[in-house]
Design a protein around this ligand. Sequence first.
Ligand SMILES: NC(=O)c1ccc[n+]([C@@H]2O[C@H](COP(=O)([O-])OP(=O)(O)OC[C@H]3O[C@@H](n4cnc5c(N)ncnc54)[C@H](O)[C@@H]3O)[C@@H](O)[C@H]2O)c1
Ligand SMILES: [Zn+2]
Ligand SMILES: [Zn+2]
Length: 362
Amino acid sequence: MSHEVRGVVARSRNAPVTVETVHVPDPGPGEALVDVQACGVCHTDLHYRAGGINDEFPFLLGHEAAGVVAAVGEGVDTAAPGDFVILNWRAVCGRCRACQRGQPWYCFDTHNAAQPMTLDDGTALSPALGIGAFADKTLVAGGQCTKVDPAVAPEVAGLLGCGVMAGIGSAINTGQVSRGQSVAVIGCGGVGDAAIAGSVLAGATTVIGVDIDPRKLEWASNVGATHTVNAGESDPVEAIRELTDSFGADVVIDAVGRPETWQQAFFARDLAGTVVLVGVPTPDMKVPDLPLIEFFGRGGSLKSSWYGDCLPERDFPMLVDLHLQGRLPLEKFVSETIGLDDVEQAFEKMDHGDVLRSVVLF
Ligand SMILES: NC(=O)c1ccc[n+]([C@@H]2O[C@H](COP(=O)([O-])OP(=O)(O)OC[C@H]3O[C@@H](n4cnc5c(N)ncnc54)[C@H](O)[C@@H]3O)[C@@H](O)[C@H]2O)c1
Ligand SMILES: [Zn+2]
Ligand SMILES: [Zn+2]
């Protein structure tokens, strides 16, 4: 049997999204059918709509989601009907090279549902990040459902499924931020602010938010930045050094993902410090021209962070518990809750920097 639901579809490059009837099959082996309760609007959805990820239109957008498992197929033992879950876009395989060497967060063979969701005319949809959760129901691989405490608000929980996890993880997993350290975060959108909140959680005592938009700096302070720097008004490298006894920060996180911000991160860190690139560059961008001796002489490490190097089963329940205990203010990332028909408008607000996150509630 298949279920008829409403879903947000991107039909062609840069065309406004439309709400259409989507047919969602019952789960086959290894799959789970989920009643979506909330789904955040992320930049990656916009990248899909712009054709910036691949050309496999039509896309069923939405991937920062939480909901309740409606049914599972044969062989799914990680989720059961009635479970409140956050959907993840990296259901690890347990068998690839990365998994076998004990680093499953790098898994090279992550799973998605095998059956397609379709339009009325039978056209198969490409679900964004293998999720497609701007729809009343969606079909995913069983391992994409991560069970968490149902006491958390769905609009908050869903955000851990992508950008907020990427940001927190860039600090605590990739950057290995620890007690007493100094951290600078360049770019204070949803991802950067989550990196700030993650750094605070990990015990960093100096947390510097850098942005070119004063509204963003206010929000950065609101989630725990101890200092802010307007990079449009002063040189962020100098400013970060001044705030760290002229040494530079132990960890600098680039949550913009441009050559100039990465270069600022490179020079704004202390000797033997760490640079984490979590913002996603476009394919045409190049590593800045740097004297090789600067890389050699400064030591430390230059890392990138995919999905915050998270392990959903380890990290989602832990972060939800910290939030419920009042130690992680995830609710501050929800700027507004909207309906399924408002996604196109939410893209515009996101583009203008008016929101950290708009979240569709079902
Ligand atoms: N690595 C991952 O797994 C992952 C996951 C989700 C998102 N991302 C990426 O993270 C990045 C940030 O996402 P977001 O949702 O926070 O986006 P966003 O647009 O909300 O935030 C970007 C921020 O950077 C600021 N900015 C732009 N240019 C700047 C500059 N030169 N100096 C300082 N600040 C500047 C903007 O004012 C804005 O506040 C994007 O590239 C996104 O694709 C990565
Ligand atoms: Zn694997
Ligand atoms: Zn996302």
